[in-house]
Write a protein that binds this ligand. Structure first.
Ligand SMILES: Cc1cc2nc3c(=O)[nH]c(=O)nc-3n(C[C@H](O)[C@H](O)[C@H](O)COP(=O)(O)O)c2cc1C
Length: 178
C-alpha cells in the first residue's frame, strides 16, 4: 500500500545533484560562501546551469548585482563544514575566516574558487527571467577546474535536516546519451 508523501518533502527525493558551495563577492567586499543544493543542468556546452538562491540569503543580492559566482563541489568529508556554512549568513559572519576553506583567485570572475573542492565552476548570470518568481538564476559556466588530488572523493547529496547520502557504487550501462 502506498502512503502519502507530504509535498514539502518532494525535494528530498528529486534533488539529484551534489551539494555545492556558491561563492559570491560584492565589489570592494570580502567574498562570501553559501551552501546550495537546488541546481540543475540546462545545456551541455557551453554548460548552462539553473540554480535557486533564496531572496533572503545574503548571496542573493550579491549574485543579482554582480552577475558572477563560483559553484564549488565539496568532498563528503567537508559535510559538517558545508552544513554550518548553510546555517549562517555572510551578513554577520566572515565565512572564509571562520571555516577552513582556502579562497583561490578565479580567472574570469571576482568571487573565489574553493581550494578544498573537487570541482570549481566559474559562472556568469545569463538570464534573470525567473529570478523574481522562483529565485532561479540561469548561469553559464565560463571556466571549470578540477582538483586531481580529489578525483576519487565522494560527493554529498542532501535529503533534508542534516541527512545526506554519499556517492555510491559506479555501474556502467551501454547508452548513447552522453
Ligand atoms: C545542505 C544545504 C543545502 C542548501 N541549499 C540551498 C539552496 O539550494 N538554495 C538556497 O537558497 N539556500 C540553500 N541552503 C541555505 C543557505 O545555504 C543558507 O540560507 C545560508 O545561510 C545563506 O548564506 P548567505 O546569507 O551568506 O548567503 C542550503 C543549506 C544547506 C545546509
Amino acid at each position: 500500500m502506498l502512503k502519502d508523501l507530504p509535498l514539502g518533502r518532494v525535494y528530498q527525493h528529486i534533488e539529484p545533484g551534489p551539494v555545492t558551495l556558491l561563492t559570491t563577492q560584492a565589489t570592494g567586499k570580502k567574498p562570501n560562501v553559501m551552501t546550495m543544493s537546488w541546481h540543475m543542468m540546462l545545456d551541455f556546452e557551453p554548460p548552462y546551469i539553473g540554480c535557486v538562491v533564496g531572496a533572503a540569503n545574503h548571496s542573493f543580492a550579491t549574485l543579482r548585482r554582480t552577475g558572477e559566482c563560483v559553484i564549488a563541489i565539496p568532498p563528503a568529508d567537508l559535510a559538517e563544514v558545508v552544513t554550518k556554512i548553510g546555517n549562517c549568513s555572510g551578513r554577520d559572519t566572515d565565512k572564509f575566516a571562520v571555516f577552513p576553506l582556502t579562497p583561490l583567485p578565479a580567472r574570469h570572475v571576482a568571487p573565489p574558487l574553493v581550494g578544498e573542492c573537487i570541482v570549481n565552476l566559474e559562472c556568469k548570470v545569463r538570464d534573470t527571467y525567473m529570478v523574481n518568481r522562483y529565485n532561479m538564476f540561469v548561469l553559464e559556466c565560463v571556466k571549470a577546474w578540477q582538483n586531481p588530488n580529489l578525483a576519487a572523493a565522494k560527493t554529498l547529496h542532501h535529503q533534508g535536516y542534516g541527512r545526506f547520502t554519499l556517492d555510491g557504487e559506479e555501474i556502467r550501462i551501454k547508452s548513447k546519451m552522453r
